[in-house]
Design a protein around this ligand. Sequence first.
Ligand SMILES: O=C(O)CCC(=O)C(=O)O
Ligand SMILES: [Fe+2]
Length: 284
Amino acid sequence: MVKELVPEFVGEITDFPIHAMDQQVIGDLREAWTRYPVLRFRGVPIGDVEQIAMTKALGRIFQTTNVQHGKREDFSEIFVIANKKNPDGTPAGDLGDGEVQWHTDHWWIQEPPSAALLRALEVPPTGGNTYWANMYTAYAALSETMKARLRGLYIHHQDVLDISGSPRRSKELPFSKDFASWSGVDHPIVTRHPASRKLCLYLGASRERQTIVGMKQDEANELLDRLWQQATSPDHVWHQEWRVGDLMIWDNRCLLHRRDQFDPHSVRLMHRTTAEGGRPVAAF
Ligand SMILES: O=C(O)CCC(=O)C(=O)O
Ligand SMILES: [Fe+2]
């Protein structure tokens, strides 16, 4: 059922019995997803109902809080990612046509989600590819000295500004320029994945606004720059060139992802669902 595209990273599932999802099928899906944190289903004839059912097979539905335009009246579980416009000219989805920088979804909250499912309904002729970076291999490739240095370290992820630098709803810009003093959450840099039990890096997003708990900013900057550079090096990255009917499932707990920009005159329409996760657990 699973074809390996990249060892311990990307798998493709063919002939998935979407209309016969019994406990055995759900168990197999979870096992495949633990082994391959990025799973591709190509040309699957599914709609929103089936996408929601697959999401529920992996966890409880996570209610996305930061949706601006991508809310759906009929299915509250679905978050629309699109550059389409409504007849009145307002955006019919979120994220527009621009690049989305490297991130882990909802890295600034205590309990970030686990599974993300993204299904392509309309795709542009070029651009708009999605990239994933494997945080298991990114951690494993670090030197022993670096691994020892990371023991017990936490990044402070401020929750005031979003990835594009705009204030989040209901957040006021603090007076201090020291991000360490801003509201947010602390997550361990090295976490242990609850299902695979393997160690991985957890970097979140917004490198330029990150601090390390208890560390001077000069030292933190040097360390964070190195980690981000190594984590997103091509050695650990795979990308998806979308076709209509593709469904990707990924594990937000052990990956980073980003998206390319695309031609604003073309249309890209995706439906996203998300499953709840939990607090990232420190590896040490
Ligand atoms: O549009 C995409 O390819 C990915 C957007 C994204 O970051 C997400 O769905 O979490
Ligand atoms: Fe994302």
